[in-house]
Ligand binder design. Sequence first.
Ligand SMILES: [Zn+2]
Length: 127
Amino acid sequence: MLTSFLPEHRPLSAEEVARAIARGSLEGVGSLSWRLKPEFYNLGYVLAIIFLAGGLGETVSGIVARDYQEVRCARCHTAVVAKKASFGLLCPGGHYAKVDAGKVVLAILLSLLVLGIFVTCGQAAGS
Ligand SMILES: [Zn+2]
């Protein structure tokens, strides 16, 4: 995303467009047909950096973390060896022994953000 998609769809400044028109070719600036709006370009850049940082964080935590952890299950009220899952620790009984609220909130916010981007892009394409 940072190395190909965003640079290819970088919004052009009025000066770049004027220079390309004066030169009579789009060489060096690429096609004018499909460009992100500046606000989407900046949002995409921020998202790409967040994903990059998140990926690096997950890689490091994946290297140093353990798959299983001994916890007191919130539903069974006993000490269990729980397996790590998407949103917390999974009890051997098949339910969450401990829910990581931060991951749930992050997943909801990310879903709303992605949904917002699709809705906004759909409105922009529709109008
Ligand atoms: Zn349990």
